[in-house]
Design a protein around this ligand. Sequence first.
Ligand code: FAD
Length: 385
Amino acid sequence: MDRFDTIVVGAGPAGCLAACRLAARGASVALVDGSHPREKPCGGGVTMRALDLVRQSVDLPAVPRVAIESATFEHRGRAARVALRPTAATPALAIVARRDFDGALLGAAVSAGARPLRSHVQDVRPDGSGWIVATRNGDIRGDWLLGADGPGSLVRRRVSRPFDRADLSIAAGCYVRGATSASIDIAFTDDPPGYLWAFPRPDHLAVGICAQADITTSGVLLAAARRWIAAHVEDRDAGITQYSWPIPSLGEAALRRERHAGPGWMLLGDAAGLVDPITREGIYYALQSAEAAARSLGAADPAARYTTELRATVIEELLRSARFKARFFRPAFMGLFVSALQRSGRIREVAADLISGQQTFRHLRRRLLATLEWGLMVELFALRQ
Ligand SMILES: Cc1cc2nc3c(=O)[nH]c(=O)nc-3n(C[C@H](O)[C@H](O)[C@H](O)COP(=O)(O)OP(=O)(O)OC[C@H]3O[C@@H](n4cnc5c(N)ncnc54)[C@H](O)[C@@H]3O)c2cc1C
């Protein structure tokens, strides 16, 4: 049986970057995932802060940066389209195909010395101080087990517990072949409370919509995405591919109760529930958790160090977002937000910066105070902080 210092299950952004960093330090690492090459259901919006974590070490494909120029807010049937950033430097997202982005990260991990095992993990079980990982191609053994296997994580189910339905959102979407656009569209809706995005890629438009899994279904969301496409996209004759997929979207209580590491194991990225519950940005947090995991595996007590580092960085920010979320998608807030967006250039700048990851929830209160939008402040911050 092959033996490794660390077995990483799942070669998405979290697993690939963790494997890359560990192998570069000389550890023997197995990276197990049979899915590549593949397109992961995703908008593929990569914020600049996420790109910053990988662009030094990963030979990324040329990714177009696309400006976030406008957003539509639908409130009680009334739609308001708002130009988000009339002045200053336009914030941008890099829009990637996950086949290319994750493929580049996988390539970097392999170049650094990680051993790719193109197989599916069927089971994991403790073995003395380490782990036996059963794959379709046989068993391997590792001292450490990193679960980076997405929202339905098998590793998570073995070392912890699956997500409650209330802690998941559903994203449903369409790849509209032959269509594209010069800018990103975001449309907030209040029925179901959530938002839709249209991200332009070189040969298609990725349109998706997400909302909490316990209040809607993928059928409802797909119908909403189809309606938006029919109303806004002209060149849709080349065909549409549909998908739906879960995204962790943890509330405050769930974030506090999460266990991210234990004896010989760590959970990373989506498997650890590390997605912003409002924006659903997950790639950045997956990469951050990978960096934290790799750093921690060099420490005296890796599980404790990982937990501490994650709590001080990622979890703190996600907790702030989870608190705002309780108010953000309420009709009362949406109504005020829409009218503030229409009148205030400063609010439009804050909204665009939130979507592009340049505005953290940590400093949101201070930034909003400067806009003098008191009604909005009361609606958003009246809850306990
Ligand atoms: C529709 C949609 C749109 C999104 N849009 C954005 C966006 O625009 N920007 C953003 O930042 N985030 C977005 N997200 C979230 C983002 O996709 C995730 O947060 C991110 O991919 C998490 O990375 P990860 O490495 O943790 O997991 P994943 O990317 O899910 O990778 C997990 C890997 O594990 C593998 N795996 C699973 N089970 C096993 C097994 N048993 N054995 C071996 N391998 C296994 C899978 O094949 C996969 O390759 C979106 C999510 C969805 C669903």
